[in-house]
Design a protein around this ligand. Sequence first.
Ligand code: SIN
Ligand code: FE2
Length: 294
Amino acid sequence: MPVSTCRAWGKTEPDAGPLPCRRTVHDKEVPGGPRRCRAARNPCRRNLADKPIFAGTGDVIGPFAVDHAALVALAATLGLAARPGRALRLMTEGPAALDLKGVRIVPGLLDPTAQAALLKELRALVAAAPLVTHSTPRGKPLSVRMTAAGRFGWVSDRKGYRYADRHPSGREWPPIPQPLLDLWALLVPGARAPECCLVNFYGEGARMGLHQDRDEADLTQPVVSLSLGDDGLFRVGGTVRGGPTRSCWLRSGDAAVLEGPARLAFHGVDRIRFGSSTLLRDGGRINLTLRVVT
Ligand code: SIN
Ligand code: FE2
């Protein structure tokens, strides 16, 4: 089996097509032959220390299927209406989806302008529904602070993990920001409307252990995740605990979709690279997950 010769990823691995490195110079592929990183003489060392596995046999890497109507709506609600051509080009030509054990990763879905616009909406959201430190049913505090928007929010305490129709303060959750509804329509056009947008905030040292998202009633509906701020090392396994896993760094503006057989994949965030992004002045990572709850 041919092996990758792309030193940019710090490893060799079975050939599975082009790697979606954000630096397009890395994206070249020799048809039918081994992947050859054109940057081999001057490789990108971004991930070298962490050696994440990016792709392997059976992974499918291809262009992201774009729904143009949803894209135009998204560009408009993100305040990019003045530059729709740029937004369209960014989203149609820029991102390529990576299949990470069935989880669809869409790198660079939102450009920095769109990320900043979304962040502004999130600041209003967090003002209405402040971040909370939940505990496991055994009383251990989670390192990730959380809030939510939509009809339901996800909460956890001595009573267990569950969806609740109120913030722990007793107030209703704020509505899901329109750009996120547009993103959902763009990424999973056939799905029911999302009923919860869970907002996770990872400060320095925060992580999330491997888990399945299975508190929702209809597990045929996808979960869409969007990352903002610092890089997070996202790990995906199979649908049973303990099997092999693969990881990739999710960066600001990247999306991930848990759907089909991977809807129940174990997943988690091993760690973040605190301070790796300038989006949040004081550092940290925000992950938004849109879910259908009922
Ligand atoms: C989650 O599983 O709820 C969050 C995943 C992430 O932070 O990327
Ligand atoms: Fe999850």
